[in-house]
Design a binder for this molecule. Structure first.
Ligand code: TA6
Length: 300
């Protein structure tokens, strides 16, 4: 039996959860309930679409994204694990870790009493992960699809020694126009610019973006709101278990350097990411776990 037919046989829920082949070795899970429609790619445990009923997608996907094992998917919610950004010392190792480059196991699909849909995916340490990182671990992505989407990355240390990891739920939000949005919530927070020395403070309460931005805001756990004047909607970006919020848009010159997105793609997405890194790296003793969560949705 193929992986796809086995998934459909064992894990589909009639009218709610089904599976579709996206490309060789890449399977998408399609979820549809009374609240929303969503897609989750088992490769990378990457949520690639979340559409509350009668809304344009909250998540952005690049029309040029790869769907190929070994390459990252561009858009949705990439899971960066067990490091965020480049590896600290071994620069040949994959940017943002290997979590987004591996096929995760589906461990649960369930319909909750309130008709929300619960999905759990797991990545356990193996010979393949030990080529990149020597530790034993269980990483779980738990997704609850309802009026909002809740995604939690739970990492458990199953090694006999402690380890440190960094991570991100690197969400790409679908927006009408980068110059038509504001981000509320980061006023007063201290940030550093990616790869540059120095510390700055966000002076205005609303962040507007008119050029490339790659900022890591420190010591902030607040909810952000992305207001989109042209789409006439406000996106809720709530998080927990993360003290760093990263805001990224590469602008036209950055897009031009990336083969998996059109040059003008920067206009229609903004990344606002729940991050554990820098002074918020996570250290786990044997048996300990940490959870990093996001809740996204439309503000009524
Ligand atoms: O989170 C921001 C960031 O680390 C940027 O520096 C930028 O490189 C981006 O992520 C995308 O990284 P990727 O490896 O997906 O091209």
């Amino acid at each position: 039996m193929t992986a796809l037919s086995e998934l459909n046989k064992k894990n589909s829920v009639p009218g709610v959860v089904s599976f579709e082949s996206h490309a060789d070795d890449i399977v998408d899970m399609i979820v549809s309930n009374q609240y929303a429609d969503a897609r989750i790619c088992l490769y990378g445990a990457q949520i690639t679409s979340f559409k509350p009923k009668n809304e344009p997608d909250i998540l952005w996907m690049s029309s040029g994204s790869n769907f190929e094992v070994g390459k990252a998917i561009r858009g949705g919610i990439p899971v960066c694990f067990p490091w965020f950004g480049p590896h600290k010392t071994e620069f040949e190792k994959p940017q943002h870790g290997f979590g987004r480059l591996m096929i995760w196991d589906l461990t649960e699909t369930a319909v909750l009493p309130n008709e929300e849909t619960l999905i759990r995916l797991e990545l356990c340490s193996s010979e393949a992960t030990k080529l990149f990182w020597p530790y034993d671990f269980i990483a779980e992505i738990k997704v609850i699809i309802g009026k909002t989407l809740k995604a939690t990355l739970k990492v458990t240390n199953t090694s006999p020694t402690h380890f440190e990891y960094t991570c991100a739920l690197h969400t790409y939000y679908n927006i009408s126009d980068i110059e038509a949005i504001t981000i509320d919530g980061l006023g007063g927070a201290v940030f550093h610019k990616h790869g540059e020395p120095g510390e700055f403070r966000q002076v205005t309460s609303l962040l507007e973006i008119h050029q490339s931005v790659d900022r890591h805001y420190h010591d902030t756990e607040v909810t952000c709101i992305i207001s989109d004047s042209r789409f006439g909607r406000k996106i809720l970006v709530n998080k927990s278990g993360s003290k760093v919020t990263t805001v990224w848009n590469p602008w036209v010159e950055g897009c031009a350097k990336m083969s998996d997105m059109p040059d003008d793609a920067y206009k229609t997405f903004i990344c606002v990411e729940a991050v554990n890194s820098f002074d918020d790296a996570i250290v786990l003793n044997p048996g300990e776990s940490h959870e990093t969560s996001v809740i996204i949705g439309i503000v009524d």
